[in-house]
Ligand binder design. Structure first.
Ligand code: ZN
Length: 295
């Protein structure tokens, strides 16, 4: 289990899946053979599967334990959810909650859930199946959602031409939380409890947020899908197929990397391969990841 200290906080990776799961060329339109040659030393096998040409992307949550509170950032795909359009995520049955328990936390002990945006692989464990109904998995938590993302997807979901959106996850993983009165919508920049700050980082989705954390002088940036893969540290101009606003996605990615390099904040992505987190260094007018040997 990946666990690290950030000041007075303990941060643990709660894995849902980690396997070659997306064709690199389809995921990044800019993917090319030269990039594989240039970066092979770190790329393979943790971040790229050369045999299949698939990216090896992790899907995980970060559990932050700080000041007696348990905070969960992003909630993966979830179990038993029909996602036929993406077979690897269809009707999953993973041991995610068992892994959370192994980290020492039961669902009822989660105080706050934060979704960096409302895509299917960031909201799934918000709810679980109970007698044929989707109910909040973390019933004692407040769930932090971006108001901009919520409004954007609610409108689209209600449009018979466009809904259900995000593979159905808006209906089975977001709405039940709102209906249970557990959602806390944030707009713009906001300071939350326990050294957490939310800042708008639009592009991948209209209301995507960057979550900044600081404890005893140590800093981290939970970036959601501002970056999907470590190759984007070298190529911040590369967007994924899932980035909605191309220009803003690039701007938000560059701003996140500049913040990490300038402030020494550890980058805490949702999908990077092992070791799943890194520092960012300025290098030759651009950036490079520094993976350390802590875990
Ligand atoms: Zn994602």
């Amino acid at each position: 289990m990946v666990e690290l200290k950030l000041g007075g906080a303990t941060v643990t990776r709660i894995e849902e899946s980690y396997e070659p799961n997306f064709d690199a060329q389809k995921f990044f339109a800019d993917w090319n053979a030269d990039v594989v040659l240039e970066h092979r030393a770190w790329l393979s096998p943790n971040h790229y599967d050369e045999a299949s040409g698939f990216l090896k992307l992790s899907v995980h949550s970060w559990l932050i334990r700080v000041g007696g509170k348990n905070i969960l950032i992003d909630t993966c795909v979830g179990n038993h959810k029909p996602r036929a359009y993406r077979p690897k995520w269809h009707m999953m049955e993973t041991k995610y909650l068992e892994r959370l328990a192994a980290a020492g936390v039961k669902p009822d002990e989660i105080d706050m859930v934060m979704c960096t945006h409302l895509h299917v692989d960031h909201v799934g464990w918000n709810t679980r199946l109970d007698n044929g109904r989707w109910v909040p998995t973390f019933k004692n938590a407040k769930y932090v959602f971006s108001r901009e993302d919520y409004d954007f997807y609610q409108k689209m979901d209600a449009d018979p031409e466009k809904g259900p959106v995000n593979g159905g996850s808006f209906r089975d993983s977001v709405l039940p939380v709102v209906e249970a009165g557990l959602a806390q919508m944030v707009t713009g920049a906001a300071s939350l409890d326990e050294g957490l700050k939310v800042e708008p980082a639009p592009g991948h989705t209209p209301g995507a947020i960057a979550i900044k954390f600081e404890s005893r002088g140590e800093k981290a940036l939970f970036c959601g899908d501002i970056l999907h893969h470590a190759v984007q540290v070298y190529h911040p101009e590369w967007n994924s197929f899932a980035c909605l606003d191309q220009d803003n996605a690039r701007k938000s990615r560059k701003a996140a990397l500049e913040h990490c390099a300038g402030a020494g904040a550890r980058l805490m992505p949702c999908h990077f391969g092992a070791p799943f987190t890194c520092h960012i260094e300025s290098k030759g007018g651009g950036f490079a990841p520094r993976f350390d040997g802590n875990f």
